[in-house]
Design a binder for this molecule. Structure first.
Ligand SMILES: Nc1ncnc2c1ncn2[C@@H]1O[C@H](COP(=O)(O)OP(=O)(O)OP(=O)(O)O)[C@@H](O)[C@H]1O
Length: 257
């Protein structure tokens, strides 16, 4: 359904993403992992059509997304990492705005928006300004907004950030159902335990390049490591965190120059 073919992006000739290729099929949940600065957000921006690749192409259903960005976006749901919503709008107004931008009928927007707000326990807050919402409440509105138009491809960028235990559990259940409904899901996260549990496949990015692309079970078996977290640490050669933490404490305790 979604295909990235040799996609690269450079900022002022410094590569952020290099020759990334993958396909994401209907019903698949693809985890996209990488340390800070490895190129995850840059990839997402290219997938949602916000920026153009410097090289390579992004295809959806066999067509270059930039050939008709509007109809591509009508099939795309996106939950951004940062809840930058229009703070003066209420939760209901925000969903109405998103529905209109997606070209949905007023009556349909009204019905789906109210039902989703109810299911996400936001009914009581539906008329309150988003500026009064907690981080988790805003995140739930963003999830509702991404699902409102029944997209075929959904991109979740750290969707659990700010969600409490119940909302997080609901979200994980939802993810499985969406995949069973045949949605293609790209899941960007730093939370390994969740990625390991919910994703059929993971791509690990390091310094802008794909260093692994396999099912979590296959990765742990192939690398003879117990968890996805240990596979990740090995693949991206993370710093010795215990040593760095110790050195930070030592620096903190210095009182004389
Ligand atoms: N607008 C920009 N201008 C210049 N350089 C950029 C820009 N956006 C990203 N970069 C650089 O591209 C590289 C990849 O950044 P990106 O934000 O894609 O990483 P990330 O994997 O999403 O990181 P994080 O986990 O911290 O969100 C980094 O070196 C970053 O400094």
């Amino acid at each position: 359904m979604l295909e990235l073919r040799d996609v690269s992006k450079s900022y002022r000739s410094i590569p952020a993403v290099q020759d990334v290729s993958f396909t994401l099929k209907a019903g698949e949940i693809l985890g996209y992992l990488g340390p800070n600065g490895s190129g995850k957000s840059t990839t997402v921006k290219m997938v949602i059509g916000m920026i153009q690749p410097s090289k390579g192409k992004v295809f959806f259903a066999g067509k270059n997304i930039h050939d008709d960005l509007a109809s591509y976006r009508a099939q795309l749901g996106y939950v951004p990492e940062e809840a930058q919503v229009y703070n003066h709008l209420s939760g209901l107004e925000y969903l109405q705005l998103v529905g209109r931008l997606r070209g949905m009928q007023e009556k349909l927007i009204e019905r789906k928006a109210r039902e989703l707000l109810h299911l996400l326990s936001l009914e009581a807050a539906q008329y309150s300004a988003l500026s009064d919402y907690s981080k988790g409440m805003k995140q739930r509105v963003l999830i509702a907004a991404a699902l409102l138009h029944d997209p075929r491809l959904i991109v979740f960028d750290e969707p659990l950030s700010g969600l409490d235990a119940t909302s997080a559990r609901l979200f994980k259940d939802l993810l499985g159902l969406l995949a069973r409904e045949g949605k293609a899901i790209l899941y960007i996260s730093h939370v390994m335990e969740v990625v390991e549990r919910v994703c059929n496949r993971v791509i690990v990015l390091a310094k802008g390049k794909v260093v692994a692309d396999a099912a979590p079970d296959d990765l742990t078996r192939l690398m003879e490591l117990p968890t996805l977290e240990s596979v990740f640490a090995q693949l991206v050669q993370q710093t010795d965190t215990a040593r760095v933490a110790q050195q930070m404490v030592e620096v903190m305790k210095v009182h004389h120059a």
